[in-house]
Ligand binder design. Structure first.
Ligand code: HEM
Length: 404
């Protein structure tokens, strides 16, 4: 009896702390068993803070797509210190600002970038081969996964080559805030980066107002002049595009290579048919996506999957858990490039906030994975992977590999 009670108390303790365990190793390094336990407990799990969390695919999708939920309580503005433009806004501001940025990411405009992306990947892999020739290995993150999206988004925005290094330093610092502030020192670094980015963009706006170029910043300056964007909205809008461009695709490439190295038979299939690169990218998005969760708040008393939810409740939408839901994906924990049921993953979210950069992220990652398979068929690990210390954004910070 005593043992039974102890067991019951232990189970209750584990259950009470499930969500908190996502923040610490080993849950941070492998959150998937925790998502599974959260899902097994029903549609909603209540966190120690009294918020809700769900890893149920149907519930996540319904919340993301419903007009009864938003990214801020109805009528409230986001906290000004980390203003991430339309990502943090409900309609009508969301609709107006998204419409201004979206045309630059249309599939047609992104397809025009393909040749440039291919050339960038070629150049980065040339560098990687040179590094390996002298040191016997290279780190995939700083040689390929990180510089690729930085080069592409800086080019798209029209950031001059001379300023790319400064933008990327501050952009990375700003992006680190996406997973929350860890310490006072971290808060200070983020605020400094925020001020520096503001100065950099303000200078760039001035320059493009004088001499418009064929880039996104020039388009945004024109939208400001046409009074579609308020002056105070310009820097947050550009910062959002910069940070979203930096902090996500790097992890998609990193997670894809990491998964492929752990599944040599899948890597072999890709080497035999590099046309599978697109499938490898989609399966990585589902199986180990770079954005693990987002949040929404209910505008009214409502219900999700038959469970009532009161107005003003915050929900952690556990995208990474939803994408392992066995109700939607057969053998959901299996990484399999040939699966045919992976299309409904939520890695780019769903509904009005679904990722505006999706075509760009997919293009970059597919080109990178394809060229890796073509040029480096014997790619293998040359050291331990190190993961970033974060819960929202998931990916490696170090991925040592060799290919000879
Ligand atoms: C929104 C994921 C790459 C720009 C989102 C959201 C997700 C996401 C999950 C929605 C968050 C929510 O619903 O609360 C990803 C992933 C990427 C990626 C996994 C790469 C693998 C990019 C790129 C850009 C970009 C390259 C462009 C520079 C944006 C923007 C939003 C967004 C502007 C806000 C959309 C809105 O609120 O309407 N992304 N993203 N993303 N993403 Fe991405």
């Amino acid at each position: 009896l005593y043992l039974g009670e102890a067991r019951g108390a232990y189970d209750a303790y584990v259950r009470r702390n499930l969500f908190a365990r996502l923040r610490y190793a080993p849950g941070r390094d492998d959150p998937y068993p925790i998502y599974e336990q959260i899902r097994a407990g029903g549609t909603f799990y209540t966190t120690a803070m009294g918020n809700l969390a769900t890893a149920d695919h149907a519930a996540c999708k319904e919340i993301l797509r419903s007009r009864r939920w938003g990214v801020q309580p109805e009528g409230e503005d986001p906290p000004p210190e980390f203003d991430l433009s339309f990502l943090d806004r409900n309609p009508p501001d969301h609709t107006r600002l998204r419409r201004i940025a979206a045309p630059a990411f249309s599939p047609r405009r992104i397809a025009e970038l393909r040749t440039g992306v291919e050339k960038t990947v070629e150049r980065l892999l040339d560098d990687a081969e040179r590094t390996e020739a002298t040191t016997g290995r290279f780190d995939l993150v700083p040689t390929l996964a990180a510089p690729l999206p930085i080069a592409v988004i800086c080019d798209l925005l029209g950031i001059p080559d001379a300023d790319t290094a400064t933008f990327s330093r501050y952009g990375a610092a700003l992006g680190s805030a996406l997973s929350g502030i860890r310490s006072l020192g971290h808060a200070r670094a983020v605020m400094e980066a925020d001020a520096a980015i503001e100065r950099l963009f303000t200078d760039l706006f001035e320059r493009r107002r004088r001499e418009p170029a064929d880039d996104l910043v020039s388009e945004l300056v024109a939208a400001e002049d046409a009074e579609q964007v308020r002056p105070a909205e310009m820097v947050p809008l550009c910062s959002l595009l910069l940070v979203a461009g930096f902090e996500t695709t790097v992890n998609l490439v990193g997670n894809a290579v990491n998964a492929l190295l752990d599944h040599p038979e899948q890597w072999g299939a890709l080497v035999d048919d590099p046309g599978l690169a697109g499938a490898a990218v989609q399966e990585t998005l589902r199986w180990d996506g770079p954005v693990q969760r987002t949040t929404r708040v209910s505008f009214d008393d409502t219900e999700v999957g038959g469970t009532p939810v009161a107005r003003g409740r915050w929900v952690n939408v556990l995208i990474g858990g939803a994408d392992r839901d066995p109700a939607v994906f057969a053998h959901a924990d299996r990484f399999d490039l040939t699966r045919t049921d992976g299309g409904d993953h939520l890695a780019f979210s769903s509904g009005i906030h679904h990722c505006v950069g999706r075509p760009l992220a997919e293009l970059e990652a597919t080109v990178a994975i394809r060229q890796l398979a073509e040029r480096m068929p014997s790619l293998r690990r040359a050291g331990a992977v190190r993961r970033r210390n974060a819960t929202v954004i998931r990916g490696p910070v170090a991925l040592p590999v060799a290919c000879r």
